[in-house]
Design a protein around this ligand. Structure first.
Ligand code: PGA
Length: 253
């Protein structure tokens, strides 16, 4: 079974000083929840400062995006090698980037491969829109995103990755998927990850659910068989709420 895993995606929130303040509140709140991998993903500009706050703890830090190229003329972009100095994880293919910034599977796949090559753990996000779900295409869409995102990634490297299922209609809406709905898709994702790698490898890949996870619904979600953790947006900006979510997943350990 994959080790429980919670990641906080701060998105485009917090100034540098607010980020440091939140990190200082999170450090004690998250201490002692040892059976759960805990990752904090602040904006790029606060990565170094937040990382420094967690030195000597086992709280990890991640970025929210990176470019696929190692360096060069890509104004405004950040390369994996730059991130490697300050963090261990990187969120890739988040639906906000797919939808608002036009990112597609090929580009996301290039980023996943670049992240793995440099030694960063990708948190690959997949998930269907409401229209796609209502048309009965949720499974096909998610399978396609997994195949596209993990194309030409070795079984071993898939085993070093994290997958987050975030239905677009549940993100930031306060309307989380029901635990049964989330489990149904997680089972399908586990199967697809196994098909792309190996059944034993897939069993150890943390599968996260994301979309309106909060301190109240986390325990019910954590009971689901293939739901190893959560990718948390809004509720990760409150130290106590995020800690409560991490604790809910600790019961799986
Ligand atoms: P939310 O965001 O928890 O605010 O719904 C989740 C995410 O987008 O990662």
């Amino acid at each position: 079974m994959a080790k429980p895993f919670v990641a906080g995606n701060w998105k485009m929130n917090t100034s540098i000083s607010e980020a440091i303040k939140l990190a200082r509140a999170l450090r004690p709140a998250l201490s002692g929840i040892d059976g759960v991998t805990r990752v904090i993903c602040p904006p790029f500009i606060s990565l170094a400062g937040v990382s420094a706050e967690f030195v000597g703890s086992d709280i990890k830090v991640g970025a929210q995006n990176m470019h696929s190229e190692p360096k060069g003329a890509f104004t405004g972009e950040i390369a994996g090698a730059m991130l490697k100095d300050v963090c261990d994880y990187v969120i890739l293919g988040h639906s906000e980037r797919r939808q608002l910034l036009g990112e597609q599977d090929d580009f996301i796949n290039a980023k996943v491969r670049a992240a793995l090559e440099i030694g960063l753990t990708p948190i690959l996000c997949v998930g269907e829109t409401l229209d796609q779900r209502e048309a009965g295409n949720a499974g096909t869409v998610v399978e396609g995103q997994l195949q596209g995102g993990l194309r030409d990634v070795s079984a071993e490297d898939i085993g070093r990755s994290v997958v987050a299922y975030e239905p677009v209609w549940a993100i930031g809406t306060g309307r989380a998927a029901t635990p049964e709905m989330a489990q149904e898709m997680m089972g399908l994702i586990r199967y697809e990850v196994a098909r792309l790698s190996h059944i034993e490898i897939a069993g150890n890949v943390p599968l996260l659910y994301g979309g309106s996870v909060n301190a109240e619904n986390a325990a019910e979600l954590a009971e689901q068989r293939d739901l190893d953790g959560a990718l948390v947006g809004g509720a990760s900006l409150k130290a106590d709420d995020f800690a409560a979510i991490a604790k809910a997943f600790a019961t799986r350990a």
